[in-house]
Design a protein around this ligand. Structure first.
Ligand SMILES: O=C(CO)COP(=O)(O)O
Length: 243
């Protein structure tokens, strides 16, 4: 099997039920050969999943249940209709001090619940400026991706922290360098690492999507702001389908 193409939208803390009309519009733009995923806020997971589009959470707890006010278990996401969960997003790593080990434990919980883990890695601007990007990514991959990862249960997303929500993107060469490293490390560690879907995320827009999808080992995108409106997300889906 080859890596599947995936256009994933991360709605972050945006959207109320009024936003569900966008899902209907996005569904009309679905393309053969390109998987779709919407990760809405937890309050909308069930409603989005009910529309028949693959749906993901944005985090889960490492434990299956218990006294963890405000948290959500992988099984609960699954019960609400989710098939995926984003883990280790830089906003979680920063806002909630999530370590690589915590992300890996969440990924194990996600796999046990039958969810596909979308595990995020990415360097800060200071780390890039210091020439540490490849070391940072390699360390995050080693620490955040659990041994039970397979191409069927895990997707990786490279999201440079400095490119998220800023309108800035790395050069194609910089993206290519990181995705090649990811492919190498995953292939060396996992029997089917060559088939794992690798996403790029960070200021993906209709205007830059086709260029980014032409980069080797970029199998799709994890899109923030431009996934909130079908008018922005649909051309990105079309660009991926055409890549
Ligand atoms: O963080 C992101 C997706 O998870 C990227 O967000 P933007 O597309 O808004 O830069």
């Amino acid at each position: 099997m080859a890596a599947r193409k995936l256009a994933a939208g991360n709605w972050k803390m945006n959207g109320t039920r009024a936003a569900l009309a966008e899902i209907d519009q996005i569904l009309t733009e679905a393309q053969p050969g390109c998987d779709l995923l919407i990760c809405p806020p937890a309050t909308l997971i069930h409603a989005v999943a009910t529309k028949g589009i693959p749906t993901g959470g944005q985090d889960c707890h490492a434990n299956p249940s218990g006294a963890h006010t405000g948290d959500i278990a992988a099984d609960q996401l699954r019960d609400a209709g989710a098939s995926h969960v984003i883990l280790g997003h830089s906003e979680r790593r920063t806002d909630h001090a999530e370590t690589d080990a915590a992300v890996a434990a969440k990924a194990v919980a996600a796999h046990q619940a039958g969810l596909i883990a979308v595990i995020c890695v990415g360097e800060t601007e200071a780390q890039r400026d210091a020439g540490e990007t490849l070391d940072v990514i390699a360390a995050q991959l080693a620490g955040s991706v659990p041994d039970c990862a397979t191409a069927a249960n895990t997707v990786l997303a490279y999201e440079p922290v400095w490119a998220i929500g800023t309108g800035r993107t790395p050069t194609n060469e910089q993206i290519a360098e990181v995705h090649a490293l990811m492919r190498d490390r995953l292939s060396a560690r996992f029997a089917d690492g060559a088939d794992m879907t690798l996403l790029y995320g960070g200021s993906v827009k209709p205007g830059n999507a086709a260029d980014i999808f032409a980069i080797p080992h970029v199998n799709g995108a994890l899109v923030g702001g431009a996934s909130l409106k079908a008018s922005d997300f649909s051309p990105i889906i079309a660009a991926l389908a055409a890549a």
